[in-house]
Design a protein around this ligand. Structure first.
Ligand SMILES: [Zn+2]
Length: 273
């Protein structure tokens, strides 16, 4: 029986790294896949000129749609918030927009819940409690997803994550053959994401790795981006293929309704009516 999956993300490009394989796998199996992105992902110095003439938002939206197409996504929505950016300072709101961390969680969750209800979503993908590597917009999405699932009565919320031992091992291996860009913070991964024992779902996406790479490439094409994420994506795409498959051949989730995970699940729809 076909189900509906909704992947909620903070910025255009976040879907590529964490959940694109799961999305492609679900779409290929005949399920409906919806992608919702809270912000335009348009913060930073180089980006500011593009924001001023409106071109960056348009470009990033086009990239988001290209990524969505590669994954078989049926519907893409942007919630219209502004990127809160990294670093200690929070920039003032751009004209007519609110930075995601300044937005009222209840209001953002209400927007997401309306889509969850209209689409009769069975599985919502959010972020783990750390917000992955800790970007404040990702932490905000963690809270928004939990509240939205509650408001809409969504049967299953799965929080996208990576077992931190796996990512640290992969980065250390990659570092032997490849030099990461300066903004790539290896240390941040020691404290990020989730411990392996917390993980409830491990999804094999090896058969959909082509779609996943296409999704990453759709965003990595943005050469002018100031955002570290894009350069990190390009860097990850240059990891030698066998290692890339080892790292990105699976995607991981935490089901927050499971207090003591016993055994790992291998399908996000497993056990749904
Ligand atoms: Zn992000």
């Amino acid at each position: 029986m076909p189900h509906t999956l909704l992947a909620l993300h903070a910025h255009p490009d976040d879907e590529a790294l964490l959940t694109s394989g799961t999305m492609a796998r679900a779409a290929a199996a005949g399920h409906r896949v919806v992608l919702v992105v809270a912000t335009d992902g348009a913060l930073g110095l180089a980006a500011t000129q593009f924001v001023a003439d409106g071109a960056l938002g348009t470009r990033r939206l086009a990239e988001l749609h290209r990524s969505a197409k590669a994954l078989g996504v049926a519907r893409v929505e942007q919630l219209g918030y502004a990127d809160s950016g990294l670093g200690p300072d929070l920039a003032p709101d751009p004209p007519g927009q609110t930075r995601l961390v300044r937005a009222d969680t209840e209001q953002v969750a209400g927007q997401v819940a309306a889509i969850l209800e209209a689409e009769r979503v069975d599985v919502l993908l959010g972020y783990d409690a750390k917000g992955g590597y800790g970007h404040r917009d990702h932490v905000a999405i963690h809270h928004v997803a939990r509240r939205a699932a509650e408001l809409a009565g969504t049967p299953r919320l799965l929080e996208a994550t990576i077992p931190r031992d796996a990512i640290c091992r992969a980065i250390d291996l990659a570092a032997k053959v490849y030099r990461f860009p300066p903004e790539f913070d290896r240390g941040s991964f020691d404290r990020a994401f989730s411990a392996r024992r917390e993980i409830t779902h491990r999804i094999n996406v090896l058969r959909h790795i082509g779609a996943k790479r296409a999704s990453m490439r759709a965003h990595a094409s943005q050469a002018s981006a100031d955002a570290g994420a894009d350069r990190t994506l390009s860097a990850l795409l240059r990891i030698p293929r066998p290692l890339y498959d080892l790292v990105f051949g699976h995607e991981w989730y935490v089901d927050p309704s499971v207090s003591r995970p016993g055994g790992i699940r291998t399908d996000v729809f497993e056990g749904l009516a």
